[in-house]
Design a protein around this ligand. Structure first.
Ligand code: HEC
Ligand code: HEC
Length: 333
């Protein structure tokens, strides 16, 4: 009797976080795509891009928003937009066969969802196998190869994060949050107007809006491009409520205090992770700056951003190098 009830409790508990609690085991059950492999969205599933994407080891991304029929989202100027219950945010990761041909073949690896259920964003990861993708809690490692921008062959054991790792970037100390669907990231190339025309928003678009610039584009100043890069690639952890909040290095777009941005700031952890350097940023001296040292490392415990991404992002490193080099030299003390 006693044993039976213990077993029952164990069974109920394990149902709570397993795929058996009603979460579709197959991605196709969500009805998001007419053709999943080609990422052709179903009616009412709106594709979007962000102006400053997160670098993920050269994976391509396909992003979509679906709000329940007859509902709308509220555009806000700060933070994530307010979405109705039942909203599904979708991000698929794929590798192009040849990066020099962006419209050519690609291999689709994983699809991540954030679903607003009872007011909380629930993260789900689906791993592609054949023409459908399957729910996983534990993540995966997948061998991928592609022809790089320079024509060279590249290989990588790509890491699909497990369900617990999502909160590292999307959560931190508060609830999991959408990162891309925010006005700063979405207001580019007429995208907000297109989403408005598709009926996404509750109210007309406000006239005065702030937006990031494309870090690899030609618009905006060097400072604006570097700050947009740091916001998208570092700011989700490096903010007051983020998983790197305690470091005091805060890198989101609204930060204006130069010490919080790392200028003449001593890192909390000295030693190996600082590479013998004394300040996060030494103005005018990228080679003396911890920020550059950590972005150029691929060693666990030093590398920034942290895992699951594994590769150094040379384009990002050169932008941050250029940004620091252009700063007025000031003796840090
Ligand atoms: C290394 C940090 C990081 C991790 C780990 C991470 N994400 Fe994200 N995610 C981001 C960033 C930054 C964006 C927005 C920028 C973009 O889309 O390029 C994003 C975007 C998304 C989106 C599109 C909607 C949005 O919030 O912008 C979904 C859905 C998503 N992530 C789900 C997940 C799930 C599920 C996991 C765990 C399996 C996960 N993510 C793990 C950083 C991360
Ligand atoms: C997934 C979360 C995450 C992301 C993304 C991330 N970091 Fe960090 N970062 C941390 C954590 C946690 C620490 C504190 C522990 C440590 O020093 O390793 C840290 C510490 C640092 C430090 C030392 C700061 C100090 O003053 O103590 C630097 C410099 C740094 N990160 C730079 C970056 C840069 C630049 C990026 C983006 C290119 C980035 N990080 C992206 C989590 C992250």
């Amino acid at each position: 009797m006693r044993l039976a009830s213990v077993l029952l409790v164990a069974l109920v508990l394990s149902c709570g976080d397993g795929p058996s609690d009603g979460v579709p085991e197959r991605l196709s059950e969500w009805g998001l795509f007419t053709d999943g492999l080609a990422q052709e969205p179903a009616a009412g599933v709106l594709p979007y891009t962000v102006v400053s994407p997160l670098f993920s080891d050269y994976a391509e991304k396909h992003r979509f928003i679906r709000v329940p029929e007859g509902t709308t989202a509220e555009l806000t100027m700060d933070g994530p937009w307010e979405f109705p219950e039942g909203t599904v945010l979708v991000k698929t990761f794929a590798f192009l066969a040849d990066r020099r041909d962006p419209t050519g073949d690609e291999r689709i690896i994983e699809t991540r969802l954030l679903v607003l259920e009872e007011g909380v964003w629930k993260p789900y990861v689906y791993l592609w196998d054949g023409d459908d993708a399957f729910l996983t809690q534990v993540g995966a490692r997948v061998d991928v190869e592609w022809i790089h921008d320079d024509g060279a062959m590249r290989t990588l054991t790509y890491r699909v994060p497990n369900a617990a790792q999502c909160a590292n970037c999307h959560g931190g100390l508060d609830d999991p949050l959408p990162l891309g669907p925010r006005t700063l990231q979405m207001d580019h190339d007429g995208q907000l107007e297109r989403l408005e025309a598709a009926g996404l928003f509750t109210a007309p678009l406000p006239a005065d809006r702030d937006a990031l610039v494309d870090p690899e584009g030609t618009e905006g100043t060097l400072d604006e491009r570097a700050r947009a890069y740091l916001h998208a690639n570092c700011g989700h952890c490096h903010r007051d409520q983020g998983s790197a909040g305690q470091s005091g290095l805060w890198l989101t777009a609204e930060i204006t205090e130069s010490l919080q941005l790392g200028v003449c700031k001593r890192p909390v952890a000295a030693g190996r992770a600082a590479g013998g350097r004394t300040f996060d940023i030494v103005p005018g001296a990228p080679d003396e700056s911890v920020m550059v040292f950590r972005m150029e490392s691929d060693e666990a415990g030093i590398k920034m951003p942290e895992l699951p991404s594994q590769l150094v992002h040379p384009e990002g490193v050169s932008l941050i190098r250029e940004w620091i080099a252009a700063m007025e030299p000031a003796g840090c003390e």
